[in-house]
Design a binder for this molecule. Structure first.
Ligand code: PLP
Ligand code: TYF
Length: 393
């Protein structure tokens, strides 16, 4: 039976990790997979996470199953972190297996509610969005998003395209720190998007994987909060992988906002049902770390301070890279790097230029010219800037 299986195309981002490892050149630079690295190249366990784990170790008396939806303490703390004011009469939520698990469950939920739906996704988007939808057999179309001329958002194109989404369709939006481009909407543009969705009755699914990596913990949630307040139905898939640095704990949450309490109860039941069909109980350790931190003033304060350091480190690297490139190119055409937010920027280079960076300079980025800013440090920024100019980008 198993020999009937077909080979699967590997994940290009994950493949790059292996290619980088196999490269024996001195001074190679890894700007591939989206994992935060400090200036020493280490992905640290955050201080508050260590402290929370110690507390859990000391106080936890059982590892019996949690509920199908996960622990209420975690879900409440996350709802508060993401939404600020929690509309309890509208909110259903379940803990999930990472942000990816929340996206998958969100799409399953949407299809249960509307078997005829089409999903509208940005061009480009995180490749796993496409891969999951293909696997599920969900019809999807892309809306214009990245403008390769400005390296910003093609907002007119985006508006025209998302206006084509019909009632009960899903429009997948990145809440902040767009992956892979780094180009984001302003709050005023979000207001326009909301007006379009309000008119059509299409439902937003917000993927929030980088809260705290862009303009700050609250600032990065502002768009999501605005959408949540303005539209009757909203799905939110949030991840704790990046902002708590607990990638391998697989910690996320799916939230669904409904029009009224009876729809909320239906959503809550369906979401718990979906967890049960897929894995029964969601993982608890990462969720418990998160709720331990968020519900303790001292731990929360320390976590926020470290997260701010992470964010500011990336912002400083953005500014340094943009400034080096301004000097080397004698133009401001790379200033978009300082305007982009989150871990990533799409350079807008050709695959050949990306290949040249790899072969000539041992600099690894994703084939679409997405680079992970956190893969740099003060010393490697000038090396990258020089290589970008030498590759003719
Ligand atoms: N969505 C986007 C856009 C991402 O980049 C990631 C990243 O890693 C995720 C969702 C989900 O991450 P995870 O499943 O590790 O929580
Ligand atoms: O885009 C990234 O690099 C991160 C990490 O299959 C990631 O989101 C990459 C590939 C993948 C899962 C996570």
């Amino acid at each position: 039976m198993l020999s009937n299986l077909k080979p699967q195309a590997p994940d290009k981002i994950l493949m790059l990790i292996e290619e980088y490892k196999a490269d024996t050149r001195q001074g190679k630079i890894d700007l591939g997979v989206g994992v935060y690295k400090d200036p020493q190249g280490v992905t640290p366990v955050m201080r508050a996470v260590k402290a929370a784990e110690q507390r859990i170790w000391e106080s936890q008396t059982t590892k019996a199953y949690t509920g199908l939806a996960g622990e209420p303490e975690y879900r409440n703390a996350m709802a508060q972190m993401v939404l600020g004011d929690v509309p309890a009469d509208r909110l259903a939520s379940v803990a999930s297996v990472g942000g990816t698990g929340a996206i998958r469950q969100a799409l399953e939920l949407a299809r249960m509610a509307n078997p005829d739906l089409t999903v509208h996704v940005s061009d480009p988007t995180w490749p796993n969005h496409l891969s999951i939808m293909k696997f599920m057999g969900l019809p999807f179309v892309e809306y214009r998003y990245f403008d390769n001329a400005t390296r910003g958002v093609d907002f007119e194109g985006m508006k025209a395209d998302i206006a084509k989404a019909g009632k009960g369709d899903i429009v997948l939006l990145h809440g902040c720190c767009h992956n892979p481009t780094g180009a984001n909407l302003t709050l005023d543009q979000w207001r326009e998007v909301i007006a379009i969705l309000e008119k059509s009755g299409a439902v937003p699914l917000i993927d929030l994987a980088y809260q705290g990596f862009g303009d700050g913990l609250d600032a990065d949630a502002e768009a999501t909060r605005l959408v949540a307040k303005s539209l009757p139905e909203v799905l939110i898939a949030a991840s704790c992988s990046k902002n708590f640095g607990i990638y391998r704990e697989r910690t996320g949450i799916l939230m669904a906002l409904s029009e009224n309490p009876s729809a909320r109860d239906l959503a809550q039941g369906a979401m718990a049902y979906l967890n049960r069909q897929n894995f029964s109980f969601p993982p608890d350790h990462g969720a418990r770390i998160v709720s331990t931190i968020l519900t303790d003033d001292a731990l929360r304060g320390d976590w926020k301070a470290e997260l701010e350091d992470v964010r500011n480190t990336m912002l400083a690297l953005r500014d340094q890279l943009a400034s080096e490139l301004r000097d080397l190119s004698g133009s401001d055409r790379f200033d978009f790097i300082a305007q982009h937010r989150g871990m990533f920027s799409r350079l807008g280079a050709t695959p050949e230029q990306v290949q040249k960076l790899k072969s000539d300079s041992a600099i690894y980025m994703v084939g679409d010219s997405r680079l992970n800013i956190a893969g740099l440090n003060r010393d490697t920024v000038p090396v990258l800037a020089r290589a970008i100019i030498d590759a003719g980008i």
